[in-house]
Every structure is written in structure tokens, then in C-alpha cells.
Design a protein. Structure first.
Length: 26
């Protein structure tokens, strides 16, 4: 895995988790 792919997966995982967290609050 390249650094770009790794960063893309990490940001995507955090992004999806953040949206789910916000939806739970609302």
C-alpha cells in the first residue's frame, strides 16, 4: 500500500465515522 492509498482509507474511515456520530447526536 502506498502512503496516498493509506491516507485515503484513513480519511474515508474517519469521515464516515464522523457523519454517523453527527447523525446520532441529531
Amino acid at each position: 500500500m502506498t502512503d496516498i492509498t493509506r491516507v485515503y482509507l484513513i480519511t474515508g474511515f474517519l469521515g464516515s465515522g464522523k457523519t454517523t456520530f453527527l447523525n446520532r447526536i441529531i
